[in-house]
Design a protein around this ligand. Structure first.
Ligand code: SIN
Ligand code: FE2
Length: 214
């Protein structure tokens, strides 16, 4: 019998690039804490459908927590310290979010990740996110940690240019994707969600995107 390679990807760990890994089910032990924290964030800063600089209303509803939050309006994309709807600071980063992100990043090879921003996306059936890069952060040395909860989605994992093929990666409840290093600026998106209700969350999907923005 062959000795397994030390870092051979297991079934639970799927390599998507030199700096990108899908950690299947990594967030499952955290789910109750994550859902309680999402509800608390939502009660202070409700989900809203942002408008893009091009004038389109996004199908995904968004809110944020942490020192900085990602927003979009007719003037552009930016990180702000306050919720533009209330003028108050974004809700604090729940401790569970920061710990989960730091642990997932470490497993993916990015030790010491300390996110200061978490974008929370809510998808209902039909919602989608077109191919984009995460590039509004101050520097790209920190990875992105993305946590999926609820209904499954098809994640589009593209290259460093918008054109060209995308890998279709099914993301399920509890999956975590980490991308950084040479993969930090990979294009990615989410196909329109099918209505396949999830046992715990029904006809919705949440995605947490944890970043070092400032
Ligand atoms: C994002 O790119 O901000 C979200 C990705 C996802 O919902 O899985
Ligand atoms: Fe993104």
């Amino acid at each position: 019998m062959e000795t397994p390679e030390l870092f051979e990807p297991t079934e639970r760990e799927q390599r998507l690039g030199p700096g990108a890994v899908l950690l299947r089910g990594f967030a499952l032990p955290w789910v109750p804490e994550l859902l309680a924290a999402i509800a608390a964030v939502e009660s202070a800063s409700p989900f809203r459908h942002l408008v893009t600089p091009g004038g389109f209303t996004m199908s995904v509803a968004m809110t944020n927590c942490g020192a900085l939050g990602w927003t979009s309006d007719r003037l552009g994309y930016q990180y702000t310290a306050t919720d533009p709807e209330s003028g108050a600071p974004w809700p604090a980063m729940p401790a569970a979010f920061a710990r989960l992100a730091s642990e997932a990043a470490a497993v993916a090879g990015f030790a010491g990740f300390a996110p200061d921003a978490c974008l929370i996306n809510r998808y209902l059936p039909g919602a989608r996110l077109s191919l984009h890069q995460d590039r509004n952060e101050r520097d790209y040395s920190a990875p992105i940690v993305s946590v999926s909860l609820g209904m499954r989605a098809t994640f589009l994992w593209g290259g460093l240019a918008r054109s060209g093929p995308s890998l279709k990666v099914p993301l399920r409840h509890g999956d975590v994707v980490v991308w950084g290093g040479a993969d930090r600026l990979r294009y990615h998106g989410v196909q329109p969600l099918k209505d396949e209700p999830h046992a715990l969350l029904g006809s919705q999907r949440f995605n947490l995107t944890l970043r070092k923005a400032g």
